[in-house]
Design a protein around this ligand. Structure first.
Ligand SMILES: [Cu+2]
Length: 213
């Protein structure tokens, strides 16, 4: 009878420590400037996908003839809403393998929803406004984060063996590497990455694109 409370508290302790491992990541470019919008994620090294649940209330808006945010990360199965919060119509589409779709011309104030049921990178564009560009990163793992303006991100996951991945729109492919997440935390990981030139179309004041930057 006396053992039961002990076992219960031991289990609770175990459960608490299993979810306490934290990994801090810093991403800089080769010139030492912080890299924002890099997506860092952890996949289990044994290949078994961790259980994920679709994220609630994810939106990629169209406002002032731009997508917001530029990079969004979701788990597989997430329904993403595309509200037109602009004063003009948009025609959102993607030709990317994980989800080819099209939301034909829709009016300000309207919102369409798409479910992203395959992992991968989905590039978003607008048929009317060539410069509109955004990325949706669909992951089969709940352990991910996106770097902020300082190039910093913090991941939290159970201690264990992982494959760490780093993705950014201006990187070629992703950078995978094995990583052990120690119970209670791991040393921060710093990356210096070589980014391709920014190929985003620059937007002219009259609303017409002027070509590559
Ligand atoms: Cu548009």
């Amino acid at each position: 009878m006396l053992r039961r409370p002990f076992c219960l508290s031991a289990l609770l302790l175990l459960a608490a420590s299993a979810f306490s491992a934290e990994l801090r990541v810093k991403v800089m470019d080769t010139k030492g400037k912080p890299v924002e919008d890099a997506v860092v994620s952890l996949l289990r090294a044994d290949g078994i996908p961790p259980s994920t649940t679709p994220l609630p209330a994810i939106e990629i808006t169209q406002n002032d003839q731009e997508f917001m945010p530029y990079v969004t990360v979701v788990t597989t199965g997430t329904a993403v809403k595309f509200p037109n919060k602009d004063t003009v119509q948009h025609h959102v589409y993607s030709l990317s393998r994980p989800k080819k779709f099209e939301l034909p011309l829709y009016d300000p104030g309207k919102a369409e929803t798409i479910v992203f049921d395959q992992p991968g990178i989905v590039t978003l564009g607008c048929n009317i406004h060539d410069w509109m560009l955004a990325y949706l990163v669909v992951l089969d793992t709940p352990y991910f984060a996106k770097t902020d303006a300082q190039g910093a991100a913090t991941l939290t996951a159970p201690a264990g063996q992982y494959r760490f991945e780093l993705w950014h729109p201006r990187l070629t492919g992703s950078i995978p590497r094995p990583l052990t997440l120690a119970d209670g935390g791991t040393e921060p990981v710093n990356f210096s990455v070589h980014l391709k030139p920014d190929r985003r179309l620059r937007r002219a004041p009259d609303g017409k694109s002027t070509g590559y930057e």
